[in-house]
Each structure stands twice: as C-alpha cells, then as structure tokens.
Design a protein around this ligand. Structure first.
Ligand SMILES: *Cc1c(COP(=O)(O)O)cnc(C)c1O
Length: 345
C-alpha cells in the first residue's frame, strides 16, 4: 500500500498549526473563562466554536460508520475541501492535477486560484470513465485526479472497479466527489479508503440532506491525511450555530425525500423522452437529468418565459444541445414536463 504522506507538500508536513486558546486548555474544573478575549455576557454565540468539531465528528462517524479521525468538515461546503486538497498536495506553479470533463466547475476555478495547471480529459462518448487516458495524462508532477461520481452534469456514476483501478495504478491522490451518491444504486468508495489510502471521498449536506443553505461539506480520508487537512483549515471554520443546527438536523434524518426524488426522476425521464423537442434523456444516478434537445437555447428561453429555470450545459464538451434539469417536487415536475411537451406547438 502506498503511503499518502509522500504526496503532501513539504511545507505542509512541517507546518506548525495555529494553537487556539481552546487547544492549550487541557481540562479541569473551570468556571471562569478569560483565556480567549471573548465577551463574558452569554448570548448563545459569545464563545468561540470548537475548532475540532468533536461532537459533530462523533455524530458523522456513527452516521457513516467510519472513524471520527477520518473526517474533515468544511464550513463552506465541499468547496472548502476542494481548495484544501490543492493546498495540501499541490505546489503552486509546479504541480498539476487532472479532472474529467465535462464535470463540476469548481475543480478548475480552485486550480486557477491556487496556480495549479488542471489537465482536463474528456469522458468517453458514452460518458464512461477513460481510465487509461487519465493515467496517460499524468506525469511526475501530477498529484491529484478528480473523479465526480455520480458525475455532474452527465448524471452517471462510474463503476467502483474503474475508480479502484485508477487509484491502484496512479502514483498520487484520487479524489472521488460523491455529492450525489445518495441517489445512486452504485456503491460509495467510503469504506474502500483503508485498503486504498490514496483515495479521498467528498460528501456534502447540500443535496440529499437538503441543506445547501447550511454550508457543510465533508472529506473522508485516512487519519494521516485528515490531520493535515485540519491543520490547513481556518481554525474556526464552522460557527457555533451551524454545528448545533447540523447535529439537530442529522438526528432528524433525510425523511422520505430520497426515495421520492428517485421515483420522480424516473417519471420525469420517461415523460421528457416523449416530448417532441427531446432527442435523448441520459440515464441518471443523481437528483438531476441531462436531456439533449433540438435547440438548447430556444428551449431554455421558452422555459424561462414560463417561469422555469434549468441549467444550459450545451457549451460543455460532449454536451451539445444538453440541458440539466433538477428533479423538483411532483407539482414542479408536472409543470416542467408540460412545458417541454408544449415547446414549438
Ligand atoms: C453540488 C455539488 C457539490 C456540493 O458543494 P457544496 O459546496 O458542499 O454545496 C460538490 N460537488 C459537486 C459535483 C456538486 O455538484
């Protein structure tokens, strides 16, 4: 097994992290807290939050059945984890990363911000994973490969064996963004991390958990790697209010929404495929569907004129004529379907 520590930047390995007042306090029976220059007047948020998010990590550990020290929590969603991954593994202006295309746009923006070259490798024509071409795009300075599965915007999840082969053959880190995995029948790689320690799995509370407004994302990796993510993050990257609210809402669960969205996705796909303007409905393992229409801009404008906004993805590679439609409530889906059927009539 490869040790992932060899992919971590030397300055990060040597980093002396910021030590908070709460870090230096080692326990005891304290009634007067005058170590952190906080206001002494209680209002619910006058104290700094736990920088290690201990309670939250314990709760997420039980939720996903993984060790608490294999969890990183980002207070700016999984976008925070994406940025931290560049900062931990990739030397600016020296190292590079690889991503599939079409895929999630943040991998590229974050690479540009960090001055990391991003090499984009097109999916195969059937949207399957080009494992050999991804490996061929790597050189001695490639530290990270991004795989989004289920992939945004194509909607398909990749077979686990393809991703595991990539991880076994690539001399660097493979990041698997599983933002939509709760909607998929294909398995998560979360529990493959101990056997494949160069894998990082990203998850988020923004999609199936219905908390995009909360801003909470997670990265899972072996504890040796997570220790460095935690050193690089801002010490207080998740507020008291969000930590408390998340704990409460995790206990409440996701309700019946995942089965309902999956059932609605199948109905939406079936109905959209019968609309005259729709040329193809791609299979989806996510909470959205990619559809190819005769004239993407015209359909997009027509939907907007009728109060419905979808994402026009027709300029992306392999996506000519493609619109990305998120599964809505049953009533919203009925409206969307009827508009697709009405277009051009
Ligand atoms: C929506 C999405 C996320 C979630 O991002 P957050 O910052 O956690 O809201 C991550 N990855 C992909 C591919 C997404 O589509």
């Amino acid at each position: 097994m490869k040790s992932p520590l060899k992919y971590i930047r030397k300055n990060i390995l040597a980093l002396e992290p910021y030590s908070t007042a709460r870090d230096e306090f080692k326990g005891g029976d304290i009634s007067v807290w005058i170590d952190a220059n906080e206001s002494p007047y209680q209002n619910g948020v006058n104290r700094y939050p736990d920088p290690h998010q201990k309670l939250l990590k314990e709760r997420i550990s039980r939720l996903f059945d993984v060790p608490a020290d294999s969890i990183f929590i980002g207070g700016a969603g999984s976008d925070e984890a994406i940025d931290i991954i560049y900062r931990v593994f990739c030397r600016p202006a020296i190292d590079n990363a690889i991503a599939i295309t079409p895929s999630y746009g943040v991998y590229k923006v974050s690479a540009d911000i960090n001055d990391i070259q991003l090499r984009e490798v097109e999916l195969n024509d059937d949207f399957s994973l080009p494992v050999d071409r991804l490996l061929a795009a790597a050189d001695a300075h490639t530290r990270v490969i991004w795989i989004c599965s289920p992939n945004n915007p194509t909607g398909n999840a990749f077979p686990k064996n393809d991703i595991l082969r990539l991880a076994d053959e690539f001399d660097g880190m493979v990041i698997v963004d599983e933002a939509y995995i709760d909607f998929s029948e294909k398995g998560s790689l979360l529990h493959d991390i101990p056997q494949h320690p160069n894998i990082v799995v990203l998850r988020t509370f923004s999609k199936a958990w219905g908390m995009a407004g909360m801003r909470a994302g997670m990265a899972f990796a072996v504890p040796e790697v997570i220790a460095f993510f935690d050193r690089v993050k801002y010490p207080y990257n998740m507020s008291v209010i969000i930590q408390e609210e998340l704990l409460k809402r995790i206990d409440e669960g996701t309700g019946d929404h995942i089965p309902e969205i999956k059932a609605e996705r199948e109905r939406l796909a079936k109905e959209l495929s019968t609309a005259d303007c729709v040329e193809e409905v791609y299979p989806s393992d996510a909470n959205f569907i990619l559809v190819r229409v005769s004239d993407a801009q015209a359909v997009y404008d027509f939907l907007i004129d009728n109060g419905v906004i979808v994402r026009n993805r027709s300029k992306m590679p392999l996506c000519k004529g493609a619109l990305r439609v998120t599964v809505g409530t049953p009533e919203e889906n009925i409206k969307t379907i009827s508009l697709f059927k009405k277009f051009g009539k």
